[in-house]
Design a binder for this molecule. Structure first.
Ligand SMILES: *[C@@H]1O[C@H](CO)[C@@H](O)[C@H](O)[C@H]1NC(C)=O
Length: 492
């Protein structure tokens, strides 16, 4: 019998033992996630953000022209939120702190005492119910005065972010043990859709990524230095989309790997890998830059000191998981003189046959879960991972069976990633606790386990079927035996 055969026999014997009971590890943590801008409201009690500013310039930027001035009113109703969390029985609550609520101008010289009081009350309320806070320092809501200086493209942002983080550690670090520095994105520096709408693809986006990574690393070293007695766990969050080759051809496989490195590796390789941008990215941008007449690459370089500084600046990795894409090789796009798209040279699309959520980009692809997690495991030496977001959008139905099915399929795939692939997953947060302000699509796409009545001044919260299902899952720490595998015909 060949070794190969033996492996198959062993697999057949052990597979049911590993996977059949659908049980999560004993120390696995369940939670839900939210972000400040999307739920808090309390607009008059904080400084203005880039998103506020652009909404004021043109409210049609948001598809239903709505805004986040009240949103779920969690700034006033956080006690209700804590009750809902307590009912669900979650181990942790991932929420974010609004930079502009702590520092109305973004600068560290003027602290808003009401902001400190608000987050103290939220943190204390959670701990009183035995719910661990997992706190994101930055989730898409940059104070407007900092954007006036160039936002994440100005290297000074890394220092200002560190100053802001120092204030957070000083005020909350005695009780918060899990910190996420940044929910990664550079939207708006390479496109004109998202605030700040700096349409500088191939330049602005790379600058923003580099400064984001430096800011993250500064906060990591602050936690491990000045605040080491707090023994905080520090993580970074990446958008874990999976890029699958559209065919078996070498060209498409290479294009898919380029897409992964340009979308995921660009963030992870510096912090969780070599300390530098991925080799493929460095080579591609250098090549296109030369052809465009640049004397050196448009991709900013990390100095040797910076590489040492950012490399391994983490305790865990947060991965947001929603969907997957197919990739085909394409010619360099020449619609712009230079661009990120031209550098990546990959055509990204989704199969029209894949079942979708309300959000056009969100196709139900549970098969992508194991693939992205295994890719991260192999490339970055199996870091401890939290799934920091995973969720499904609809129109806000109370009987949200589609959401339940989505979560079952994704959690089943997550169990397989843990049991079969040995991915080091510590916990899972469902996105999101409440229906909330979904950025450019306003209140038209809902991700909540709880319905929120946005016509009601009291913003009444109503449990959906998914909240009851999730509560039961957390109680049992085990998936239902019946996985609705034929609910979605989204096969790869
Ligand atoms: C406002 O935004 C909408 C949607 O992006 C766009 O179509 C419109 O041209 C914008 N209006 C102005 C004045 O910029």
């Amino acid at each position: 019998m060949t070794i190969f055969r033996k492996c198959i026999y062993l697999f057949l014997i052990f597979e049911p033992i590993f996977c059949a009971n659908n049980k999560f590890p004993d120390d696995f943590l369940f939670g839900v996630a939210s972000s400040a801008y999307q739920i808090e409201g309390g607009y008059d009690s904080r400084g203005k953000t880039t998103f506020d500013h652009h909404w004021e310039l043109n409210s049609s930027m948001v598809s239903d022209s709505s805004n986040a001035k009240i949103a779920c009113d969690s700034y006033h109703q956080y006690q209700k939120d804590i009750e809902l969390l307590s009912y669900l029985g979650v181990d942790f609550y991932r929420f974010s702190i609004s930079w502009a609520r702590i520092l109305p101008n973004g600068f560290p010289n003027k602290i808003n005492p009401d902001g400190i009081r608000y987050y103290n009350a939220l943190i204390d309320g959670l701990l009183a119910k035995n719910i661990q806070p997992m706190v994101t320092m930055f989730h898409f809501d940059l104070p407007k005065p900092l954007q006036d200086l160039g936002g994440w493209t100005n290297p000074i942002i890394a220092d200002l972010f560190e100053e802001y983080a120092r204030i957070l550690f000083k005020n909350f670090g005695d009780r918060v043990k899990y910190w996420i520095t940044i929910n990664s994105n550079t939207w708006g520096y390479g496109d004109s859709d998202w605030p700040p709408m700096v349409d500088q693809s191939g330049f602005g986006d790379y600058l923003a990524i580099k400064n984001t990574i430096l800011g993250h690393a500064k906060v990591y070293h602050l936690a491990k230095g000045e605040f080491r007695e707090q023994e905080a766990q520090i993580g970074f969050v990446v958008d874990g989309r999976w890029y699958e080759p559209g065919s078996e051809s070498t060209q498409d496989r290479d294009a898919a790997e380029r897409a992964r490195d340009f979308n995921v590796g660009l963030w992870l390789n510096p912090i969780y890998g070599s300390g530098d941008f991925p080799q493929i990215v460095k080579e591609r941008v250098k090549l296109t830059s030369e052809k465009e007449g640049f004397a050196k690459s448009r991709l900013p370089q990390f100095t040797a000191d910076e590489i040492k500084f950012v490399k391994n600046s983490f305790d865990f990795l947060g991965v947001n998981i929603y969907t997957s894409f197919l990739v085909k090789d394409v010619d360099e796009q020449n619609d712009k003189e230079f661009s990120w798209d031209k550098d990546v040279k990959a055509g990204v699309y989704q199969d029209v046959k894949w079942e979708g959520a309300k959000s056009d980009w969100l196709k139900v692809t549970p098969w992508g879960v194991r693939k992205i997690l295994s890719w991260i495991k192999q490339k970055y030496d199996n870091p401890p991972i939290f799934i920091t977001e995973n969720g499904f959008s609809d129109a806000g139905e109370i009987e949200d069976l589609e959401r339940v099915n989505f979560m079952k399929l994704y959690l089943k795939a997550l169990l397989e990633a843990i049991d079969r692939d040995g991915v080091n997953v510590k916990g899972y947060a469902a996105w999101s606790l409440l229906d909330n302000f979904e950025w450019l699509v306003g209140y038209t796409e809902k991700f909540g386990l709880y319905h929120v009545d946005f016509a009601d001044p009291g913003r009444r919260r109503t449990p959906k079927t998914s909240s009851k299902w999730y509560k039961k899952l957390i109680e049992r720490r085990q998936l239902d035996e019946t996985i609705p595998s034929d609910t979605y015909k989204t096969e790869l």
